[in-house]
Ligand binder design. Structure first.
Ligand SMILES: C[S@@+](CC[C@H](N)C(=O)[O-])C[C@H]1O[C@@H](n2cnc3c(N)ncnc32)[C@H](O)[C@@H]1O
Length: 209
């Protein structure tokens, strides 16, 4: 199989996480976009879903900043086990579940004020049958967002390319804010990084009321 295609394959991720025992954040850590996050989500009461959480400590940081309603999902049970251990170490409760984000459309609709994706949509772009998976995933994200809720997408893809795929009228949302953020120099353990990648893009996309 083509190397990039593996990033869309759950079995690749399950194997990837077998020897990873410490938290790791792809692209950027929360501190690189926390000001923008606090500006858009000031109350702390928001119901938040993080899709494809991996072993990132984003949810733990959100809990630490008094966002108590955070749920994380990932398709890899190994990643979930590591993430749960990190919560125990930090004495914080986060609802973490092994769940395929391609099945979000089957969940109860309009549950979340915020859906966060840091690196998951990029995996679907690498997958076999990518168009179908991207559409299925974005349909699911829109389905679980409340009217007026926001999708925070952090992606290493080309800015215009991602906008073309994500900002389609059928998802019933619009771009609210965008920012380009420089990537850190240290990128070990992160096979999605391509030579020459210097930044990622953050989009805040708001569902229609
Ligand atoms: C590039 S990593 C990003 C991890 C984390 N969000 C971060 O920023 O460090 C992509 C994550 O998406 C997960 N993933 C891949 N396919 C998935 C799917 N269908 N449903 C849920 N999670 C998935 C992988 O297991 C992996 O943890």
């Amino acid at each position: 199989m083509d190397t990039r295609a593996r990033y869309g394959d759950p079995e690749f991720w399950e194997a990837y996480y077998t020897d990873k025992t410490i938290p790791f954040d792809w692209y950027i850590t929360f501190d690189r976009f926390q000001e923008l996050f606090f500006e858009h989500f000031p109350s702390g009461d928001e119901n938040i879903l993080e899709c494809g959480c991996g072993t990132s400590d984003l949810a733990i940081k959100l809990r630490g900043y008094d966002y108590p309603n955070v749920k994380c999902i990932d398709v890899s049970q190994n990643a979930i086990t590591i993430a749960q251990q990190q919560c125990i170490v930090n004495s914080l409760h986060v609802d973490i579940e092994c769940f395929d984000a391609l099945n979000l459309s089957q969940e109860e609709g309009a549950q979340y004020d915020v859906v966060i994706d840091k690196g998951l949509l990029d995996c679907f772009f690498c997958a076999d049958d990518s168009y179908h998976k991207i559409h299925r995933y974005l349909t699911g994200v829109s389905h679980v967002l409340k009217p007026g809720g926001k999708f925070v997408l952090i992606t290493s893809g080309g800015k215009q390319d991602r906008k073309c795929f994500v900002l389609k009228p059928e998802y019933k949302w619009e771009l609210d804010a965008e920012e380009t953020i420089a990537l850190p120099i240290v990128r070990e353990r992160a096979p999605l990084y391509q030579p020459g990648m210097k930044c990622c893009h953050l989009f805040i996309i708001q569902k229609s009321s």
